[in-house]
Design a protein around this ligand. Sequence first.
Ligand SMILES: NC(=O)c1ccc[n+]([C@@H]2O[C@H](COP(=O)([O-])OP(=O)(O)OC[C@H]3O[C@@H](n4cnc5c(N)ncnc54)[C@H](O)[C@@H]3O)[C@@H](O)[C@H]2O)c1
Length: 298
Amino acid sequence: MTTPLSTDGACFGRVAVVTGAGRGLGAEYARRLARAGAAVVVNDLGVGLDGEADGTTPADEVVAEIRAAGGQAVASGHDVSSWKEAEQLVELAVDTFGDLDILVNNAGVLRDRTITRMTEAEWDSVIRVHLKGTFATTHHAANHWRERHAKHPERVGRLINTTSVSGLFGNVGQANYSAAKAGIAAMTIVASLELGRYGVTANCVSPGAATRMTATLGGDPDDPTRSPGFPAAVVEWLASRHSDGVTGRVFLTSGKRLSVAEGWEHGTPARPSEDLTELDATLRDLLATARPNADMRG
Ligand SMILES: NC(=O)c1ccc[n+]([C@@H]2O[C@H](COP(=O)([O-])OP(=O)(O)OC[C@H]3O[C@@H](n4cnc5c(N)ncnc54)[C@H](O)[C@@H]3O)[C@@H](O)[C@H]2O)c1
């Protein structure tokens, strides 16, 4: 089923790349950005949840859907975890639509295992797709934005990354995924500090929705509060002119909850000491009053 294009046009004239947009949340982001007037590069390597090739070309289907609704889209089968292919993905946007304004890093895989059982390959594949895959596209897009800013300082850029409650708060069985997602949240802060001078904002979404990635967690996939539409609305807002000046923030977004995450804090300061007895007393005092870490339930 296709939805008519919005006349709101919050992203009219903007060019977007959405990675991992062949299914799940990314597909919804791509549809939504296209409805808001953006020309969209729908990127998806077409892999199983574990990152293994499964012979599918889901990006083509999303592109066909967007075009049938009157939008502009092109498919990309690039692997975002490849430095070269990430560069080619950025080039595809510029060659096809003349520019790149919005980069949504969303592609992801899962290889859950407890720390004692996790293999090197399971660690590497999740870190590669999420962490390197986010940095590689960001690096090439940032170079495009730096060069563009010199000629067109009026143009703005949007970097929208994807973290997770697993990365923000930690989750059993996901050392690889939590580490990658926490790294992405930290990397987004760095990007907000470095790219502002090129007119680029950098933010993160921590989404929640019924997709194949959450299928094993149980719950009704048709529960309307688990619709990818809720995170997609936040992504559209971040991609649009409505979010001008908003940068370096993490948005927790699902149909059940919407909030702006508040990150690590310094905590109450105490006098440092090299004396173990004194240090023991000081640390016990600090621990007695320090707030516990937030957890996945908020
Ligand atoms: N669904 C949730 O509730 C939830 C919660 C927290 C975070 N997330 C994050 O949201 C993002 C989207 O998740 P989803 O639930 O839609 O998952 P999904 O499995 O439905 O979609 C992920 C897509 O990424 C693609 N992909 C994987 N590796 C790729 C690569 N190297 N290059 C290009 N494409 C690649 C896959 O083919 C797939 O279509 C992920 O980063 C995930 O970690 C999702």
